[in-house]
Design a protein around this ligand. Structure first.
Ligand SMILES: C[S@@+](CC[C@H](N)C(=O)[O-])C[C@H]1O[C@@H](n2cnc3c(N)ncnc32)[C@H](O)[C@@H]1O
Length: 283
């Protein structure tokens, strides 16, 4: 009995490996260093939802149906959940501890890597506007999923989310009324167009693409959590080389530089938040 369970798990592992290889060779997207638990959860869910009997059967379908890959499985694996002022204590910490550092620069470039549908980067635009840094600001929002980037460019959020976003905004230290930043239109809220003027959206794949300019701050929250340690190290190295000396790196609440190869090249700015500063003495 135990032997057969062991064999089943072994076969399943081989099937997952082959599936990710097939995706990589057919479509060029490399999920081979995403966390095994994440891939397993998402693939199992897809098998159940579509009544597909095995991972091998899914692989066969993926290889023969591009639309199925791009419109379904790619989305399953990328997970685009986001919200405005998500984890408000993070935004409070940015106001209190990071803004004084950013204010020392004549021009401020901020890169949101894995920005999904843009709620996070619009939140940062609001915060930096309220803190008086808007005139010298350029924000870059990147993701490897073109569909979410198209949505992000629209600057529209669901009206149903506005109550929660208002509460997040206030808890995150917002100094105005959140309603100053949107116009309600039936089922959606159109974010203030002025915010969009400060943001450039672009496709960038953290697994395959290169350094992204010399940034004063990089925000990459709730993305590394889906990567294995090897890929996390590679991506943190990419961030390290994309930041100016003294630049700021912000990760998600469940992410950390602990265990990463670059841990001692950064200083943690404050306990309780995953906000780090690149050392001044490094390249
Ligand atoms: C859970 S969302 C996080 C959104 C936002 N940062 C937040 O915390 O609310 C993760 C995002 O990372 C993106 N992503 C995953 N792998 C990526 C990669 N290799 N390169 C760029 N973006 C990636 C996904 O498409 C998704 O939009």
């Amino acid at each position: 009995m135990t032997v057969s369970i062991h064999k089943k798990l072994q076969n399943e592992k081989i099937e997952f490996t082959l599936l990710l290889e097939a995706i990589y060779h057919k479509y060029g997207y490399d999920f081979r260093h995403y966390s095994v638990a994440h891939i397993r959860r998402r693939i199992q869910r897809r098998l159940t939802l579509d009544g597909i009997e095995s991972i091998s059967a899914l692989q066969h379908r993926l290889l023969n149906d591009e639309t199925f890959f791009f419109q379904t499985v790619f989305h399953d694996l990328s997970i685009n959940v986001t919200e405005m002022f998500r984890d408000p204590s993070f935004y409070l910490a940015v106001r209190q501890k990071v803004v004084p550092i950013l204010a020392t620069y004549p021009f401020i470039k901020v890169w949101h890597a894995g920005c999904a549908t843009g709620e996070e980067i619009y939140s940062m635009a609001i915060l930096l506007k309220e803190e008086g840094l808007f005139d010298r600001l350029q924000l870059y929002g990147t993701d490897f999923n073109d569909l979410v980037l198209e949505k992000a460019k629209e600057g529209i959020v669901s009206i149903r989310s506005v109550k929660e976003y208002t509460s997040n905004y206030q808890l995150g230290g917002g100094t105005q009324s959140f309603s100053d930043y949107y116009t309600a239109r039936y089922s959606h809220a159109l974010l203030e167009p002025e915010l969009k003027e400060k943001i450039l959206f672009a496709n960038h794949n953290l697994v395959a693409d290169q350094v992204f300019g010399e940034m004063q701050m990089i925000v990459c929250r709730n993305v590394l959590i889906y990567f294995d340690q090897e890929l996390q190290n590679r991506v943190i190295d990419l961030f390290y080389h994309s930041l100016c000396r003294g630049g700021i790196l912000c990760l998600g609440a469940k992410e950390s530089l602990r265990l990463s190869e670059q841990e001692n090249k950064f200083n943690r700015l404050l306990p309780g938040e995953q906000i780090y500063q690149k050392g001044y003495g490094t390249d």
